[in-house]
Design a binder for this molecule. Structure first.
Ligand SMILES: [Zn+2]
Length: 271
């Protein structure tokens, strides 16, 4: 599943290639991708709308159109392709936007889990699903995080994956963040101090920023035939690793809330 840095890379790439373009028409080949519109409504509203900006909240992409916000979640396998109309449509391309420069923006999703919502312009942040998306680590304060954690008697790893507390942290980065903050992933969230909360926010910001900057190389080497999925080689220190880069002890792998979790039991302390 793409995480915040990957989605930010997709946002920046799309901004570079489609900002300012007008959508002439849209064809929907798999209705369920549209969460709050029929294909007919969607097509009628989107026609002749200009893509003014590409925005993002957590892992949601927001196409800011002339009169609407188009909100898109890639879920497991979603990606965007820019193709010419002559290129044959793959059976995994479910929504095709025809742009005024003759190209097509195609939403490709082998698993079909991705979803699109359409809202009147500027309203998307007040409506579900975005209204339930918490602040990103850059916007959250220590006081906010401490308040959110104080009654949660569940592992901190689980809480970090809860997008209503902090948005944009997925399974891989949650492990990296707790490793850098030296906090054991099974520590109960309610036991964390303000200082721990500060460490989590600082680590989250640093790790996500580093990943976003690595994504920049993906933008420069954008290959249209592979689509815009934002994946890149990640510099991981604990997730899916064998030995701790700090103490050389072997990395433990456990399951927390059904998710594979990696940590160093020497470097990460139980709170
Ligand atoms: Zn270690």
């Amino acid at each position: 599943m793409p995480e915040l840095p990957e989605v930010e890379t997709v946002r920046r790439t799309l901004e570079q290639y489609i900002q300012g373009r007008t959508i002439q028409k849209v064809s929907v080949y798999y209705e369920k991708i549209l969460a709050n519109q029929t294909p007919k409504e969607f097509a009628e509203k989107i026609a002749q709308q200009t893509i003014e900006h590409m925005n993002r909240k957590g892992k949601w992409l927001i196409f800011e159109l002339t009169d609407y916000d188009l909100v898109s979640h890639l879920r497991m396998e979603g990606k965007y392709f820019l193709k010419t109309p002559e290129e044959e449509r793959s059976r995994h391309e479910h929504v095709v936007f025809t742009l005024d420069d003759g190209r097509e923006l195609r939403y490709h999703d082998t698993r079909k889990f991705g979803r699109m919502y359409l809202f009147p312009k500027g309203k998307s942040f007040q409506e579900q699903p975005l209204s339930e998306v918490g602040p990103e680590p850059w916007q959250a304060t220590v006081e906010y995080l401490k308040e959110k954690l104080k009654s949660r008697k569940i592992p901190i790893k689980t809480v970090l994956l809860d997008q209503s507390v902090l948005s944009g942290i997925g399974n891989i980065y949650a492990d990296e963040i707790l490793f850098q903050a030296k906090i054991h992933p099974l520590s109960l969230a309610s036991q964390l101090t303000k200082k721990d909360c500060q460490k989590i926010l600082t680590s989250s910001q640093q790790i996500l920023e580093e990943a976003i900057s690595m994504g920049g190389t993906t933008i420069r080497s954008y290959e249209s035939e592979k689509g815009v999925h934002g994946r890149f080689q990640q510099n991981l220190l604990v997730h899916n690793q064998e030995n701790c880069t700090i103490c050389k002890h072997s990395i433990e792998r456990i399951f927390i809330a059904g998710r594979s979790t990696y940590f160093c039991k020497k470097c990460q302390k139980m709170k």
